[in-house]
Design a binder for this molecule. Structure first.
Ligand code: 5GP
Length: 189
């Protein structure tokens, strides 16, 4: 079945996927941004149901067992993240333009089940810039940062699997390009 209204944004760790999707949530109400389930604890300022649905491991198990996740993955070898099938389907049925911001493993799963979706790779301007952003965020321990860089190297090699690449030089530019690929007009600034 054709699912032309679904767009998947993926890319390496710390490339700024979260920043781009936050910008889109704040500036493009036409885009329905999926809220993922995760077993990761909330960071300061994160709100349950807005940034993620923060679940216990048991609650996440239940979603998996009941087949309620369109895709899910263990990210950085630590926590589980997944997309709720029902809410995404409902938004698509309503004719909304749906955006998933997920990791590469998740994007591959969606490609299996919904090959007609649009797959967009968010690329860093350079490797050095990506390292700077990751370290600069300061929310992870040095061990976690190292783990994320290892993951990022593997993820950069996945770019050819995607329909389009958007370079995240500035958040506005990346968001504008992404919404253009979704068939929307970028903001006039
Ligand atoms: P963070 O913990 O920094 O919010 O996110 C870590 C990673 O998890 C990011 O690369 C993000 O794209 C990914 N992620 C967030 N939600 C999902 C999801 O529903 N599924 C998958 N596979 N990855 C996700």
């Amino acid at each position: 079945m054709s699912q032309p209204r679904l767009t998947v944004l993926a890319g390496p760790t710390a490339v700024g996927k979260g920043t781009v999707s936050t910008y889109i949530r704040d500036n493009y109400p036409e885009v329905w941004l999926s809220v993922s389930a995760t077993t990761r604890p909330p960071r300061p300022g994160e709100v349950d149901g807005v940034h993620y649905f923060f679940l216990s491991s048991e609650e996440f198990d239940q979603l998996v067992d009941e087949g309620q996740l369109l895709e899910w993955a263990v990210v950085h070898g630590r926590n589980r993240y997944g997309t709720l099938r029902r809410t995404v389907q409902a938004a698509m049925d309503e004719g909304r333009r749906v955006l998933l911001e997920i990791d590469l493993q998740g994007a591959r799963q969606v490609k299996e089940s919904m090959p007609d979706a649009t797959f967009v790779f968010l690329a860093p301007p350079s490797w050095e810039e990506m390292v700077r952003r990751l370290v600069g965020r300061g929310t992870e321990t040095p061990e976690e940062q190292q783990q994320r860089l290892e993951t990022a190297k593997l993820e950069l090699a996945a770019e050819p699997e995607f329909n389009h690449t958007v370079v995240n030089d500035t958040v506005e530019h990346a968001a504008d390009e992404l919404v253009s690929l979704m068939g929307l007009l970028p903001l006039q600034r």
